[in-house]
Design a protein around this ligand. Sequence first.
Ligand SMILES: NC(=O)c1ccc[n+]([C@@H]2O[C@H](COP(=O)([O-])OP(=O)(O)OC[C@H]3O[C@@H](n4cnc5c(N)ncnc54)[C@H](O)[C@@H]3O)[C@@H](O)[C@H]2O)c1
Ligand SMILES: O=C(O)C(=O)C[C@@H](O)[C@H](O)[C@H](O)COP(=O)(O)O
Ligand SMILES: [Zn+2]
Length: 353
Amino acid sequence: MTTIRVETEAPYDVHVGRGILVEQVRASLGDAQRLLVVHQPAMSRIADHLKSELGIEVLLAEVPDAEAAKRIEVAQFLWQILGQAEFTRTDAVLGLGGGAVTDLAGFVAATWLRGVRVLQAPTSVLGIVDAAVGGKTGINTEQGKNLVGAFHHPAAVVADLELVDSLPRNELLTGFAEIVKAGFIADPRILELLEGSLAAATDPAAPEFQEVVARSIAVKARVVANDFREHGEREFLNYGHTLGHAIEHTERYRWRHGAAVSIGMVFAAELSRLAGRLPESVVDRHRAILESLALPTTYPVGRWQTLLGTMRKDKKTRGSMLRFVVLDDVAKPRILEGPDDSLLFMAYQSLAD
Ligand SMILES: NC(=O)c1ccc[n+]([C@@H]2O[C@H](COP(=O)([O-])OP(=O)(O)OC[C@H]3O[C@@H](n4cnc5c(N)ncnc54)[C@H](O)[C@@H]3O)[C@@H](O)[C@H]2O)c1
Ligand SMILES: O=C(O)C(=O)C[C@@H](O)[C@H](O)[C@H](O)COP(=O)(O)O
Ligand SMILES: [Zn+2]
């Protein structure tokens, strides 16, 4: 088992290993007498197993799959369960599933009684390397992605790689978008591993996979430890997300987060070249790595005004000024403020097939 410490004002561990779920969840319960396990349909057998093994009172709540879980109606359904069961501040919530569930469970835990203990057990690659770590929680609204949420530290993150065995290959690869992001903003070794050993780096049984996962978690842990509430450096974790979130919203969440972020990173790289000093070779490197992972790098241009309108609601926007994470080079991210519409449109046009 690998353990990565997240050194925030409330430090916690991210455990990654095989067959660790029950033992590590039990070890992280603290004073909790009761646990609400919020899980996706694909995780119902594992949730039953936890209920029978943990040795405390466990309530199970199955929520809709994927982005359909990140809705106020689903949060309300969970608040009802917590209210009817009279959950107190010594009880706890566990998110078991992909990033959609860890975001939802974290949000419900952050808001119930103004904050109860949350444990995260991510089961998708994306959840393990990014969503479950760092304490950003949230749900979507009609106007956009993650517009309502809270910062709330998990008490522990338990990533049992045995659960990843059932993850469909396309979902596994989609999660690599966030691994590529971590590589481009902070850790070039991740990119070298993907370029040099793609098969091993995407095989959950291989040491190369464990290395890219651990490195990505380490990037996130470092950034979150420095800037939990996103006053500065944490914005870099949003690389590729300004357009990515707008695509998810415009496509009514038929696109996975990782796929939308993949396109968003190509856009951000092109913008970095057009508005700054990123060499064309690094833009090409984005396309090559993402395409090797079967991630999309093109988008049918023609929805620009809709996407631009949605990007204006991005959390990085200040007043009417759009802000983007761009790169000066690999591992040299910065914020670009208020670029000309013409530059944005040129970067967007480069996404055409
Ligand atoms: N809070 C954060 O810091 C943060 C970071 C990155 C992404 N996110 C959020 O995470 C979400 C995306 O996460 P995701 O890609 O995991 O999506 P997801 O939770 O929708 O999971 C993707 C699909 O994989 C299935 N699945 C998950 N684990 C499985 C397993 N082990 N076996 C079989 N099927 C499994 C799910 O049921 C779903 O159908 C988005 O909502 C995104 O906004 C949040
Ligand atoms: O942890 C962060 O900070 C991130 O930005 C990580 C992103 O990968 C993630 O998708 C996050 O949920 C986006 O946050 P948002 O604040 O733009 O909604
Ligand atoms: Zn993301």
